[in-house]
Design a protein around this ligand. Structure first.
Ligand SMILES: *Cc1c(COP(=O)(O)O)cnc(C)c1O
Length: 343
């Protein structure tokens, strides 16, 4: 198949218009059959619910080329399920999970020429999004919605190798205890942008948000979950109802337990433990970077340095990273259903 003439090795993480997108509309209580369309723009009412009351949820996953030249994606059924959970929390109609996976396959196939070739480190980012198109002026859920999936080729997260980042403890809150932190909604991002701009201005890559009720426990960053390694070599994963259930994190926990025989502890993690130097490695995880090692955390001027991960990714994070990316690329056998073949 003829690929697009792109400089695959030098792609960034920017949107570019590709050939086809999948669109299905919800009206009169039902989703229509959906179709691939060419138009990357849409016309909605000035009174569309999404513009006023932010009924909008999204997902993110990647399609990529394997060594034996198949196009695959990673656990799309998990994205389908999570998008239903997100929709339900925002009083939006769920998009059927089997149709979600089929739509991902259709869009990726229709844009196969945009899927970066094997060995480039690049991938095709797949962005499902759903939002209220129906008119609302009084506060209530809209009665019309659009579900859309578009794709765009992106470069590797780390150019020139994985480098530990420096992050700060934020003075802002991300998610209330009984709020929407556990769903993938644009509204969680809107309010995190101010904190992110401040962090960037101060020279930090990201914010670590603490629990909003007590400001004593680690939650996550604006778009990635946190992983830690304690002095006994256990993988420690912060637990809270307001953390977004990252598919990468859940896959890493599974791999650590069942493939690497590691001890995994999912529990509340206190900032004082981090300050005390109880952890030797730390990292962020999500679809974009898989694992992004943290070298230092700045807690209001106090620098917490991770002994085994300051200059380069620490040994445990590296093993987890290598194993999960090995499964994604087919070098290591993955649990059944994780690597989903599209073509
Ligand atoms: C999407 C997201 C993640 C990462 O989830 P993955 O499924 O691993 O990509 C983590 N935290 C937040 C807040 C997110 O929105």
């Amino acid at each position: 198949m003829e690929k697009k003439n792109l400089d695959w090795g030098n792609l960034g993480f920017e949107y570019q218009v590709t050939d086809k997108r999948y669109v299905s509309n919800y009206k009169n209580g039902a989703w229509d059959e959906g179709a691939l369309v060419s138009d990357d723009t849409l016309v909605i009412s000035e009174d569309a619910g999404v513009l006023h009351y932010s009924q909008s949820v999204f997902e993110g996953l990647k399609a990529y080329t394997t060594e034996d030249d198949h196009i695959v994606c990673f656990r799309p059924d998990m994205n389908a399920a999570r998008m239903c959970d997100s929709a339900q929390r925002l009083e939006m109609p769920a998009f059927p999970q089997d149709r979600f996976v089929k739509a991902v396959e259709e869009v990726v196939k229709a844009n196969a020429a945009w899927v970066p070739p094997f060995g480039t480190g690049a991938s095709l980012y797949v962005r499902p999004v759903m939002f209220a198109t129906g008119r609302v002026i009084g506060v209530k859920p809209a009665n019309e919605y659009q579900f859309r999936i578009f794709v765009t080729p992106v470069g590797p997260y780390f150019k020139g190798g994985v480098k530990p980042i420096v992050v700060k403890i934020s003075d802002f809150d991300r998610a209330a205890p009984r709020g929407t932190g556990h769903v993938k909604a644009g509204l969680n991002y809107a309010m995190s942008l101010h904190a992110l701009e401040i962090a960037h201005h101060e020279g930090f890559a990201e914010n670590i948000f603490l629990d909003a009720a007590t400001h004593t426990k680690l939650e996550e960053t604006g778009g990635a979950n946190i992983l830690l390694v304690d002095r006994s070599g256990n993988l420690v994963v912060p637990k809270s109802d307001s953390i977004l259930p990252s598919i990468t994190r859940r896959s890493i926990v599974d791999v650590a337990k069942n493939h690497l025989g590691m001890n995994v502890i999912e529990r509340e993690v206190f900032l004082t433990e981090v300050d005390n130097g109880d952890f030797v490695e730390c990292g962020l995880c999500g679809t974009a970077a898989v694992i992004s090692p943290i070298g230092k955390i700045n807690d209001h001027g106090k620098e917490i340095c991770f002994e085994s991960g300051m200059e380069e990714i620490g040994p445990v994070m590296k093993k987890l990273y290598d194993t999960l990316t090995g499964m994604q690329s087919g070098r290591i056998e993955a649990p059944a259903g994780w690597v989903h073949r599209i073509m």
